[in-house]
Write a protein that binds this ligand. Sequence first.
Ligand code: AMP
Length: 208
Amino acid sequence: MNLVFLGPPGVGKGSLAVRIASEYNLLHISTGDMLRAEIAAGTELGRLAEKYINDGNLVPDSVIIDMLLAKLESESASNGYILDGFPRTLNQARELDKHVRIDAAISLEAPEAVLLDRIANRRVCPACGKGHIAHKMNGRLCDCGAEVVTRDDDKAEVAKARLETHNRLTAPVLDYYKDTGKLISVDANDTMEGVANKVQRILEELGR
Ligand code: AMP
């Protein structure tokens, strides 16, 4: 089964995708993670992507579509995959459909105030990459001993710009999947456990 997870920044898409992918033995492909790896490795693609990411903008379609399609070709995903953070524009959604079959697009939804609050509380470990929630931490250290940080693009001004970009460019992607009968909306203003249960029920209904 090939799934797309859609949702604004802060909705919990990434953590949920990791969890569902592991439970259903699906490959988890996050374009945000791929870009951050390129930045960390100092590649040309990473240097190009960084300025868009740090301004809260999308990386151009011409770059991201090729990167994603190359990844899909290089990976073996016989049991299917979850695309996390792709497609984010109508053009990306159309290009994706030219190359692969998507079974369902799961749209995670929550009010903007909830999203901004979650982003403000999000921390990441620069050493091992593990995600944390600030108000649930005891101190500032990750389990691996490194001090957690706020992702540059989670800082308040950039977070607002990312939400604005999402509303402007990614909202039409929801209509695209609605029109093709593949959109399934999930209320994500809930605990991680609650949202995961809803998505599990949906996947069972889809015939997993
Ligand atoms: P994420 O971790 O999914 O929130 O992605 C972080 C940033 O990477 C986004 O704010 C975009 O700048 C960029 N990015 C990730 N996926 C895409 C995509 N499908 N299209 C364009 N830019 C992307």
